[in-house]
Design a protein. Sequence first.
Length: 295
Amino acid sequence: MKYAYYPGCSLESNSAAYDISFRAVADLLGMELREIDDWNCCGATEYFTQNELTASAVIARNLALVDPQLDQVVAPCSACYLNLRKVDHLMQENGELNKKVNQCLAAGDLHYDPGRVRVRHLLDVMYSDFGEAALRDKVVQPLTGLRVACYYGCQIVRPFGDCDNPEQPTKLDEMVRWLGAEVVDYPVKTHCCGGHMTQISEPQAFELIRRLLANAEDYKADVIATMCPMCQLNLDAYQARVNGFFGTNYKIPIIFFTQLMGVAFGLDWKKLGFGKEIVAAEPVLKKKLTAVAAA
């Protein structure tokens, strides 16, 4: 299977473990990824707060750069997925915006016909294009005994809802079960992590993060698995700050679902990006898996 690949900025910096583990898993599954040449930042949530046309043109540039032989682009980052999907949708619905965006793109000898490229989140690709039988077939180290809280965040399911159910998404839950792990109840699975609110109002941001960590602890999760770089960053990097602010003692590893896939598929842990997170995940995972193996 061939896909255009839009990694986005986070996967080349603080979320490198996501990119590393995805590429390792993709190689095992036989996915052919063609990274978009000279791609640019999607702007996260900031671009659209400044100017819709500028934001749309900058984001559409990435779609215009997709290899003409490919009609699908995979975006692992939820913010990237949302922005690419949003601009494609806006250009299809708004003829005037489409015209102006393409006028901007023409300055770089580019053009984009909305709808030519289907924007897909990595989670949906793994779930829909490969599915249960193919993924179960690759499992050599079942994650038996590992309790996982599946955290979707808000951007992958809203506002479009074509990746999974906006209120009760289940694709990640199902995939984690296919890997052999136990999925715990996690009622806050689509709640916002606060995004960039940590830069504006730490008390409010810390409360949002605390609720997510508290819920995982209440349901005795060993780890939280996510598919969003911002969610992973906030819950991992600010966990100690949240503990200091509220007097709590959370020590919950926050990892990407592709890392769990890699472990279950028997890939070298060193090739899955472990060690880049702040709350160490590898000791927790190995302890749980070793305990089950010894039982």
